[in-house]
Design a protein around this ligand. Structure first.
Ligand code: SF4
Ligand code: SF4
Length: 195
């Protein structure tokens, strides 16, 4: 059981990290604006005959190679979930989990809203802000590996509340017939809790 001090430190660290990531997001937006200005300037220089189009293409190729290398590092910046308020979706999961294996909690990354991050009710992955941590096999850490039920159902994020699998062809080959896709069938079979 963590001490009150360690819980407080954890929460403070998360608030601090959110501030840092917010600043990074702003820098990324600034960068995009600067890129637009540079592109406009290049257009002007070419139009005025100051540089040739071929020179610009060659130099841009070198820049693209550098950016591709950066993207390979898989850093896309902090991702908060932004959505209009929507009603909670009701799917009878209990009657389907024998077929879906709780696929929605295993296939997809769940990002938190800014409010959910501030509330601090659920943890997010410090390495992948602001997404719920996942196990090495991709499962959400809040999914009980034995019962394949959500362990924080009452506090689950809005992404989980608003998600509906009824039209998700990654999950269902036939929603009404409760026939899952081959991708879901290939999910590691989990030993179910004996009742
Ligand atoms: S995939 Fe659909 S039925 Fe299965 S747990 Fe998720 S929402 Fe419920
Ligand atoms: S928080 Fe719960 S409902 Fe949401 S992905 Fe994780 S286990 Fe599933």
């Amino acid at each position: 059981m963590p001490s009150p001090e360690s819980v407080a430190l954890e929460q403070m660290t998360r608030r601090a990290m959110m501030t840092v990531y917010t600043m990074i997001s702003q820098r990324i937006r600034d960068h995009h604006h600067a890129s637009s200005d540079i592109a406009a300037l290049i257009d002007l220089l070419i139009a005025n005959g100051t540089i040739s189009y071929q020179e610009m293409v060659e130099r841009r190729k070198a820049s693209e190679d550098r950016l591709a290398k950066a993207r390979a590092e898989n850093w896309e910046g902090p991702q908060l979930h932004v959505s209009a308020p929507a009603p909670e979706v009701r799917i009878d999961c209990d009657s389907r989990q024998h077929a879906c294996q709780s696929a929605c909690c295993r296939l997809y990354r769940v990002n938190l809203t800014a409010e959910e991050v501030r509330e601090g009710q659920v943890f997010w992955d410090l390495a992948v802000p602001y997404a719920l941590p996942r196990r090495p096999n991709g499962d959400c850490v809040y999914l009980d590996p034995t019962t394949i039920k959500c362990t924080i159902w009452a506090q689950r994020p809005s992404v989980c509340r608003q998600y509906s699998c009824d039209k998700d062809d990654q999950v269902w080959a036939d929603f009404n017939g409760i026939i899952s896709t081959d991708r879901v069938k290939a999910l590691t079979q989990i030993v179910r809790e004996k009742k």
